[in-house]
Ligand binder design. Structure first.
Ligand code: PNS
Length: 160
């Protein structure tokens, strides 16, 4: 079975993330979405909440699972028996950091490769930070995040 891991912060997940997951789910047998538990940042949603939001948004996919992880990504990859990392690339500016992470992961675990999927043109501009900013100032999230998550994201951004 060909398992790939799609890691990220997903705070919150956007339609851009979901587009990459949908495309990976067509290409591979099993897609594991890996939500980083990052204690250094103060996230909008806890890791458990981010897992729940992604699980809700991805409930129609039979071959997609959502987990959280802390520590090194390569260690999590071993736990789920995967050696391919999927990353989305929106613009050339993403590439430098993503390339650095891909080489670091490959240096830590040479059997692990990173595959880049270019963002769809509809989502090239989209990021979790932009979603939070739009919600904070009362803009519409329609088209930016899954419809089923709009109210929960709006409510959380209003509380902040
Ligand atoms: O959505 P993000 O914040 O760009 O995702 C970054 C992520 C989670 C892929 C990256 O920070 C990560 O893999 N962190 C785990 C720690 C790790 O393995 N670091 C070494 C390789 S960069």
């Amino acid at each position: 079975m060909n398992t790939v891991v799609y890691p990220g912060s997903f705070d919150p997940c956007t339609n851009g993330h979901l587009d990459i997951i949908a495309r990976a789910a067509r290409l591979f047998d099993r897609v594991v979405v890996a939500v980083l538990v990052n204690n250094a940042k103060t996230p909008l949603f806890s890791a458990e909440e981010r897992v729940d939001l992604l699980t809700e948004a991805l409930k129609d996919y039979d071959n997609v699972e959502v987990h959280s992880f802390s520590g090194l990504l390569v260690d999590f990859m071993k736990k789920v028996n995967a050696n391919i990392i999927i990353k989305g690339i929106r613009a050339l500016s993403d590439y430098e950091y993503e390339f650095q992470m891909a080489l670091t992961n490959n240096a830590l675990a040479p059997e692990i490769e990173t595959l880049f999927i270019p963002a769809s043109k509809d989502y090239m501009f989209l990021s979790s930070s932009l979603v939070k900013e739009v919600a904070k100032y009362g803009g519409t999230l329609t088209g930016l995040v899954p419809d089923c998550l709009i109210s929960v994201i709006n409510e959380r951004c209003k509380e902040r």
